[in-house]
Design a protein around this ligand. Structure first.
Ligand code: SAH
Length: 343
């Protein structure tokens, strides 16, 4: 048993089974042994790769989008430029470089990175020395805010419920012969639709805080994640573990694998009210912002990398790769025209 598995087992032995969300919070966020707190899991050699680590073009398109929102808002200065869960800081570094098209943007931007992992904070500081750090979005000073979150919400603790003839039961983590094992709580009252539910009160609270701030002080939020809308809602539960880019059992060796679930973008849009929300797929969003032209220009400038660039374009935009399963949501105060990149 790893030290973290032992710690979790001891806690369960003392106080009884814990919810999957409590388990996830420990497996990912435990200050000594949590997955994100111990190491940098990102990149080509890591457990999973994210869009900004695949190619600079991803962050560049986000940068152009942020710039267009800032310009149509009348170039507020200063404004809070906020990223939730910035990983290695790659997206933001690429976005700021692309936004140099208007030098005023970087001057006006007061950069805040919301990050709990000390290892990743250190990686971010290398790329973004001008940044300030916060543990939660609540700590970021008020004022107009442009916020980005890529693959952030899917790492937040989630509760899972299964419907049984007696009512909803929550998926719990307990102990059997000294091993962590799944169980079900006693029946709970709950809504009637569906067989499975996944709920993240933390994700809901963060979305509500973002909406409150942007509704009051102006700005926009861009949320990119692996997820679904009503049209492609999966039938079962979505929490999974990833180790060396392959699915693993979430209860096996806590702290050694990434845990991630699929975001319900309809629910997220609801939580972001009173903001207006637009949704599209990552493929459509990037294409509409001109990633194809950017790829062509990059390939002309670096002919020896042409194949790598074409490959990255394919991975980011093709429906069978990240183009369809990844969704992009933009949220802005009501009464504005649709932002760039959304139909
Ligand atoms: N956005 C990056 C990294 C995604 S991984 C990319 O696309 O490459 C998830 C990120 O969220 C990591 O940086 C992780 O440390 C951070 N994170 C996870 N839970 C968090 C929380 N509750 N508060 C702040 N950051 C968190």
């Amino acid at each position: 048993m790893t030290p973290l598995a032992r710690l979790i087992a001891d806690q369960i032995a003392k106080t009884g089974p814990i919810s999957l969300a409590e388990y996830m919070a420990l497996a990912l966020g435990h200050p000594q042994h949590g997955y994100y707190c111990r190491r940098d899991p990102l990149g080509q050699a890591g457990d999973f790769t994210t869009a900004p680590e695949i190619s600079q073009m991803f962050g560049e398109m986000i940068g152009l989008w942020l710039l267009s929102i800032w310009q149509s808002a009348g170039k507020p200065a200063p404004f809070r430029l906020v990223e939730l869960g910035p990983g290695r800081g790659t997206l933001m570094a690429d976005a700021l470089r692309a936004a140099r098209l208007d030098p005023g943007f970087a001057v006006a931007a007061d950069l805040w990175l919301v990050e709990t992992s000390p290892v990743l904070r250190a990686a971010q500081a290398e790329r973004l020395p001008q940044a300030a750090w916060a543990d939660t979005v609540t700590e970021v000073p008020t004022g107009p805010m442009l916020l980005v979150a890529n693959e952030f919400f899917d790492a937040l603790p989630v509760h899972q419920f299964l419907r049984s003839p007696e009512g909803w039961r929550e998926v719990c983590v307990g102990l059997e012969d000294g091993h962590l094992t799944r169980g079900l709580s006693a029946p709970l009252p709950g809504p009637e639709d569906g067989e499975w539910r996944e709920e993240s009160p933390l994700a809901d609270r963060i979305a509500e805080e973002i909406a409150r701030r942007i509704a009051t002080d102006g700005g926009a939020a861009m949320i990119v994640d692996y997820g679904y809308t009503t049209a492609d809602r999966p039938p079962g539960p979505t929490l999974q573990a990833l180790r060396n880019k392959a699915p693993a059992d979430p209860l096996d060796t806590p702290g050694s694998a990434d845990l991630t679930w699929l975001i319900d973008f309809d629910h997220l849009a609801d939580r972001l009210s009173p903001l207006a929300a637009w949704r599209t797929t990552q493929g459509a969003f990037l294409a509409s912002l001109g990633i194809g032209q950017r790829a062509a220009a990059l390939a002309r400038a670096r002919p020896t990398e042409a194949t790598t660039i074409a490959d990255a374009l394919e991975r980011l935009t093709a429906p069978e790769h990240m183009g369809q399963l990844f969704k992009v949501l933009a949220a802005l105060p009501h009464g504005q025209s649709p932002p760039a990149g959304f139909p």
